[in-house]
Design a protein around this ligand. Structure first.
Ligand SMILES: Nc1nc2c(c(=O)[nH]1)N[C@H]1C(S)=C(S)[C@@H](COP(=O)(O)O)O[C@H]1N2
Ligand SMILES: [Mo]
Length: 211
């Protein structure tokens, strides 16, 4: 493929959707710029001060057995790291950044999604919400993270714990996440109800509804 495909390049775009992988050698999705060492903060609500000892992570909805993990429970699971790029819909991208925590796959293995589950509705302690197709958080595509560059995740970036879904625009990575609810239908979250695209694939430049 010659270069990044933009919406409208119908044939090329369709081919790319199937692969869902950035064009080779290209790091910057269309319409984005490299923010360098900065890490801008984007928060719609007041930044909460959460006590990790009281924070919990629940996966419920269409699952064989819903489960709630404490901070300690999560730390007992095998840890994993994401090293790579993140892309914010406000056009900054940050290259080669690292987050540590656990793969969402481990949580899903515990709860066992029912066959009817197709989507996930994400809730933060603050009431912030976002939605995703279930397959976008499976098979090594999403993490629950509490470190950034080997340091505790700063509060303004979602500390103690946030969701990380780096293949999609960063608004899907809910800060102060506390619950994943599996559904048999799609339900728009906070930004999706306010005009943002339902999926938010940066490589297809899905910023707003209709993109
Ligand atoms: N709870 C919560 N999570 C959120 C947001 C928010 O406002 N509240 N903003 C989203 C958006 S739009 C972006 S771009 C990223 C920003 O994360 P950062 O502040 O760590 O850069 O968080 C996402 N997660
Ligand atoms: Mo954003």
């Amino acid at each position: 493929m010659a270069g990044p495909t933009r919406k409208g390049d119908s044939m090329a775009t369709r081919g790319f959707v199937g692969k869902r992988r950035p064009p080779e050698g290209i790091k910057l999705p269309p319409g984005q710029y490299d923010v360098g060492r900065d890490f801008p903060v984007l928060t719609a609500e007041a930044t909460p001060r959460l006590d990790p000892e009281r924070w919990t992570m629940t996966v419920d909805g269409l699952v064989a057995r819903e489960h709630t993990w404490t901070w300690e429970d999560l730390h007992l699971l095998p840890q994993s790291e994401y090293r790579g790029d993140i892309h914010c819909v406000t056009t900054w991208s940050k290259f080669d950044t690292r987050f540590g925590g656990v793969s969402v796959d481990l949580l899903l293995d515990t709860v066992e999604p029912l066959p009817a589950a197709t989507h996930v509705f994400v809730t933060s302690t603050t009431g912030y919400t976002t939605n995703l197709p279930l397959h976008e958080i499976r098979d090594g595509k999403a993490w629950i993270v509490w470190t950034h560059e080997d340091k505790p995740l700063p509060r303004e970036h979602g500390g103690p714990v946030r969701l990380l879904v780096p293949r999609l625009y960063f608004w899907k990575s809910a800060k102060w996440v506390t619950k994943l609810t599996l559904l048999d239908h799609d339900e728009p979250g906070f930004w999706e109800r306010n005009g943002y695209h339902d999926l938010g694939d940066p490589w297809l430049e899905q910023r707003y509804q209709g993109d």
